[in-house]
Design a binder for this molecule. Sequence first.
Ligand SMILES: O=C[C@H](O)COP(=O)(O)O
Length: 249
Amino acid sequence: MRTKLVAGNWKMHGRREMVASLVPTLVSRLPQGPEVAVCVPFVYLSDTQAAIGGARLQLGAQDVSECEDGAFTGEISAGMLNEMGCRYVIVGHSERRARHAESSQRVAEKAAAALRAGMTPIVCVGETREERLSGRTATVIAAQLAPVLALGASLVERLVIAYEPVWAIGTGLSASVAEAAEVHADIRAALAKVSAAAAKTVRILYGGSVKPETAPALFAVDDIDGGLIGGAALDAEAFLAICNAAVVV
Ligand SMILES: O=C[C@H](O)COP(=O)(O)O
């Protein structure tokens, strides 16, 4: 049975005061059962790690360079993130695919770099509204996943995948349970073609306007192994309620 994972993506939000208030609150009230992570801006990794101390809350980053350490101004390597205590790193978020023209091939290289450094990449995929309306959701997601799945079974088995429909991100319009379940089942089937172990072990998160009210029904679906949470991760009460929805009863 896969342990559910709830990962908060702070995006470009927060200040040191937010780390100092929100992280200890999370640490003191984490439910037993699900794994919980916060993916914070690079500059707050150190503060966040200190606030976590030895608690079960996991640390994550929001991006990583596909390159090894070297002359790459402004980039952050997987080795650096690992040294800061990161367990997770988000790669291929649609905001980066769109704003920074990240190709699926480059996203796969970032995932490989994270894995080489001993971290778990959270690989994001998802279709735009136009792609969904024109019936291309499955094709788009298959194409986004292809270079990642081509990394081979031994690496794929160590991934987390997040299905995040672009039209649901930050809009308040979550995918319905049925819409999410259909895509998650497709992703699980694609993993099965890589290896039986990948299909069994890889966690597939749903992200896109997850709220305390919508999380329980989403997390009740077999193929939905938790969530990647944006806006609601900035509010301790909302985020903890979502974490509680991931407790398997
Ligand atoms: O990475 C998180 C997603 O982009 C979801 O963001 P949201 O929960 O604010 O819609």
